[in-house]
Ligand binder design. Sequence first.
Ligand code: FAD
Length: 382
Amino acid sequence: MDFDLTTEQKSIFDTARAFAIEKLAPKAVEWDQTKHFPADVIRELADLGMCGMFVREEYGGAGLSRLDGTLVYEGLSYGCPTTAAFVSIHNMCAWMIDSFGSDEQRAIWLPELVSARCFVSYCLTEPGSGSDAAALTTRAEKAGEDLALTGSKSFISGGGVSDLYIVMARTGEAGPRGISAILVEKGSRGLSFGAQEKKMGWSAQPTAMVLLDQCRVPQKNLLGESGKGFSYAMQALDGGRLNIAACSLGAAQAAFDKTTAYMHERKAFGKSLDQFQALQFRLADMEAGLQSARVFLRQAAAKLDAKSPDATRFCAMAKLLVTDTGFAVANDALQLHGGYGYLVDYGIEKIVRDLRVHQILEGTNEIMRHVIARDLLAERPP
Ligand SMILES: Cc1cc2nc3c(=O)[nH]c(=O)nc-3n(C[C@H](O)[C@H](O)[C@H](O)COP(=O)(O)OP(=O)(O)OC[C@H]3O[C@@H](n4cnc5c(N)ncnc54)[C@H](O)[C@@H]3O)c2cc1C
């Protein structure tokens, strides 16, 4: 068993982190405060292959593995987890189109998405169904040559800004098997958006309701097979959960690094903070948490790459463990900065606010326990 990254993997990580340090970190607090969505900077990431990471090379993507993906997101979120997380959702959707789309859908959309000329959003959650996503009620019905979609999607990252929306809608029976995934282009008749949500964190990326009122799209916009949309959405989330976890890890590492530097400089009672054993022990716990989270995340990613039968469980465990650890480390970093950690200019409180939502979205951490336990107990029939 070799825990070292290969030369190529190190280079992927270094490229992402260098971009984060040069292009994201210097602006992250300003973007957060002004609620500026840095679309132009995200487009620069496309030149590095980071907007079509899991799209096959024959369609212009980078064809990276899931393990490679965790390295990219860890690197990018070192500079700004909000921007990294937006890119992760875009990549998750591009992967869905590559994996399940028709040749025509791939030909139309993948060049636009890989180049980030267009952004794409994932629309599963509804006002009445979040964790219980299979209970969604948005309907898509045949209307001549078209599909007519009616319903609302809440909390949609990129809502109002994205050019394309992958909408999970009911086309059949109740439950997961009656759900299809449908591509809805911005500008479609009957598509509109709610106001931008005011949020605790992730302020530099848009979140809004996506409203569908007899929204007409051609029937050929059905992604893959009718009735498979929920399965596609869940498969996408295996990778999505690794990515969100990696975003927590990179940002928590940034908070930790800021903290060790600060504690060396800051004096109290005649010595620097890093000379107090109580605080050294806190640092030791933070370091142990980060390192174990990193190893576990990479193991889960390797399992997804290997299509291991327990990959879904490991992705859920990684999301639970790494996002909880990431938040705890960031919060400890704030505490160790004293009052300065609470001030915007130090960049720590933003990380705490940003990482809080990673415990909620792409399946809450309670739902991760549900996924883990269900898979675990399925191996031990009564
Ligand atoms: C900033 C932001 C961005 C988002 N982006 C997107 C997006 O792009 N696309 C998208 O589709 N969605 C998105 N979401 C939605 C997100 O995935 C949901 O908020 C999340 O899945 C939880 O759903 P809910 O908010 O309806 O909470 P609920 O499902 O109402 O849950 C409320 C609480 O009950 C707990 N709970 C529920 N059921 C159980 C159970 N069976 N056992 C134990 N505990 C349970 C939950 O864990 C939670 O603590 C986003 C959310 C936020 C905040």
